[in-house]
Design a protein around this ligand. Structure first.
Ligand code: UD1
Length: 334
């Protein structure tokens, strides 16, 4: 089976590529390298021992996408390409709406032309907004997103729902990621955000490396066990394996089926600091800072639907996440 993977040079996509190749799929990668790194395709080849076609194209370029479908008999698409910087999406919403929805629409239009019916989409738990209750089930309310990035995910989910309604043979599987962290155990693939990171783990890594003075913990007065926010961190390799299961599911079913990808286990920011220090032996100076706008006290997946229908479950621990993230960062320091 041949799978077109968009965003395969990015953080999530590169790990998805490795797991799909290891699972025996023929993978074709498309990435414009706007965030991904030039040497990532080579690293994926080193890790898997498998060569694959790589297209440096923009998926908003319909002719370029058609070119891929002309060259390969694509059975399914995993769409992981998209802008993802939350803060930037607030200041440049049009950039996000244009790129993220255009990319998805272009792919879906070319798939319609060629009769390709299986689509797995990188969505985000951010579509739930501030949840009423945790753990969050897929049936929870969505749409009250707190930023343009989140709304692009929500809009694409709705486009996919409409498409499935119009074409009973089409299969769309959005995967709502909780908080992906960690890196490939080899140290060859990981997260490389540009500029000062917004997300917790990349920020921790910069502090541990001495490149930033201390971690600001946003809020210590939340109604949680230690006052800091609780999140469902998931190892990126577990998350990637969820995609291989989702592709299997998408090609065997039709209709719209959305899945949470999380562990169902919550850790506070202070838990994360302590585990990181223990696992890496690196001290992590921190101070408490005011709450960050848009944060909710607790975000936790109910991952039982994915376990039941996809036969997938996250198995890696918070220690694995910290260890692997630090190993990748350490590799970059050398
Ligand atoms: C954030 C985004 C979410 C996006 C996800 C991608 C917001 C409000 N949410 O989720 O839309 O899908 O990233 O991974 O931006 N923290 C600190 N200090 C820091 C950084 C973070 O204390 O320097 C805390 C946050 O308050 C939060 C936790 O760490 O409680 C995790 O933060 P982060 O990694 O940014 O993820 P989310 O906010 O859950």
């Amino acid at each position: 089976m041949t799978v077109l993977l968009t965003g395969g040079a990015g953080y999530i996509g590169s790990h998805v590529a490795v797991e799909m190749i290891n699972a025996g799929f023929n993978v074709v990668i498309a990435d414009n390298l706007s965030a991904g790194h030039k040497d990532v395709p080579e690293r994926i080849k080193t890790l898997t021992g498998v060569s694959f076609p790589f297209f440096e194209i923009d998926i908003c370029d319909k002719e370029a996408v058609r070119g891929i479908f002309d060259s390969f008999s694509v059975d399914a698409v995993v769409h992981a390409a998209g802008y993802k910087a939350v803060a930037e999406s607030v200041s440049l919403p049009l950039k996000y709406y244009r790129n993220n929805t255009d990319g998805a629409l272009t792919l879906l239009e070319v798939m319609a032309e060629r009769g390709v019916k299986a689509f797995v989409f990188s969505s985000s738990a951010t579509v739930y907004g501030i949840p009423d209750t945790v753990p969050i089930k897929e049936t929870a309310h969505t749409g009250d997103c707190l930023n343009a990035y989140g709304r692009t995910k929500y809009i694409i989910e709705k486009i996919l729902e409409d498409l499935c309604r119009s074409d009973p043979l089409f299969s769309a599987v959005p995967l709502r990621y909780f908080n992906p962290v960690g890196a490939h155990r080899s140290g060859l693939l990981g997260d490389d955000p540009i500029g000062v990171p917004n997300n917790l783990m990349p920020y921790i890594l910069r502090v541990a490396a001495g490149r930033l003075p201390e971690l600001n913990i946003f809020g210590n007065d939340y109604p949680t066990k230690d006052g800091t926010c609780i999140r469902d961190y998931i190892h990126v390799v577990d998350l990637a394996k969820g995609h291989t299961a989702a592709v299997d599911y998408a090609v065997k079913h039709s209709g719209y089926e959305v899945f949470n990808l999380g562990t169902g286990i919550g850790y506070s920011v202070l838990d994360m600091v302590r585990v990181f220090e223990k696992v890496t032996g690196r001290p992590l100076p921190y101070k408490f800072a005011p709450r960050r706008e848009g944060d909710s006290a607790e975000y936790l997946a109910d991952p039982s639907k994915a376990e039941k229908n996809l036969g997938w479950r996250a198995v890696l621990t918070i220690e694995d996440m910290c260890f692997d993230a630090q190993r990748y960062e350490g590799g970059k320091e050398q």
